[in-house]
Design a protein around this ligand. Structure first.
Ligand code: GLN
Length: 278
């Protein structure tokens, strides 16, 4: 047993992470993760002492957090929708705003109990595909990513959650069989501009999952232009984008001939996702 208990560990988190607003929360998340307990346990057991090994893990976690590593990479998982996903530095950490894509996808087919064919482009951790599969076991979901390390994490998540998803290594549409069509194509592609100031704060996340050309629109353009070849009649394209890209993507969608084009706002009231129908 180490000399340190829950209270002293939280005090250490506040001391070492003093510049971070989330110091106490970070300390609590590290502790719940290491002790495999919930936050209620932490509050109810301030004198619970950590084993030497667990205290060492706590200290290394704090050190990583002090260097700016996101807490989800330190604990190796992140909650999204109703599921918990393993994450590594090979994938973007799932964001709460991306749940908008899940919510809207489900709405498109709310009155359709059939076996919808879905393609997710750039699956990353598997957050969107796994959430959809967990809600709609009958949907036939194909999820692709160009990055083998991301596919490995996504496959592992689907296995852990016992979800039936097909995975394929593909650089956007490159490996999708010709003639294949889908009722829904969904994507959270990279959309940050290469010169965006806020990339500095995203240092630990894979650049290829974040950055897409000088205007951040390279991947989105490709997806918007190519998707009609792979959509069934009446099929939907739905994607996430930057909060200042709404107007540009709506214009691209109209140019490419989509109908029913509209944009959805995230919980902060910012334009965050756009859809269109073939
Ligand atoms: N929403 C992320 C961010 O700006 C970017 C995600 C993405 O590029 N798909 O932090």
């Amino acid at each position: 047993m180490s000399e340190c208990n829950v209270t002293t560990c939280i005090a250490m988190a506040k001391q070492y992470l003093h510049s971070s607003e989330t110091a106490q929360l970070d300390g609590e998340i590290l502790l719940t993760d290491i002790l495999q307990k919930d936050r209620a346990f932490i509050y109810a057991n301030p004198n619970h002492r950590l084993s030497d090994a667990n205290f060492q893990r706590f200290i290394s976690g704090l050190a990583a957090r002090a260097c700016g590593e996101p807490i989800a990479y330190i604990t190796g998982h992140k909650a999204f929708w109703t599921i918990d996903l393993a994450v590594s530095r090979a994938v973007l950490i799932p964001r709460p705003e991306t749940e908008l894509l899940v919510e809207q996808s489900l709405k498109f087919f709310a009155n359709n109990e059939g076996a919808i064919r879905v393609l997710e482009l750039g699956v990353g951790s598997g957050a969107i595909a796994c959430s959809l599969a967990s809600e709609k076991p009958a949907w036939q979901i194909l999820a692709v990513d160009a990055c083998p390390a991301a596919l490995k994490i996504a496959t592992q998540n689907a296995q852990t959650l016992q979800l039936d998803i097909q995975f394929l290594q593909s650089d956007w549409f490159s490996a999708i069989p010709e003639g294949a069509t889908f009722d829904l194509i969904v994507s959270n592609p990279p959309y940050v501009s290469a010169t965006d100031e806020h990339l500095k704060s995203l240092n630990f996340e894979p650049k290829n999952a974040l950055v897409s050309g000088a205007d951040g629109l390279t991947a989105l353009k490709k997806i918007i232009v190519t998707t009609p070849n792979y959509l069934s009649a009446g099929g939907w394209l739905l994607f996430e984008h930057g909060y200042q890209q709404g107007e540009a993507v709506r214009r691209l969608m109209h140019q490419a001939g989509y109908t029913a084009v509209s944009t959805f706002c995230d919980l902060n009231g910012k334009e965050r996702a756009t859809r269109g129908q073939r």
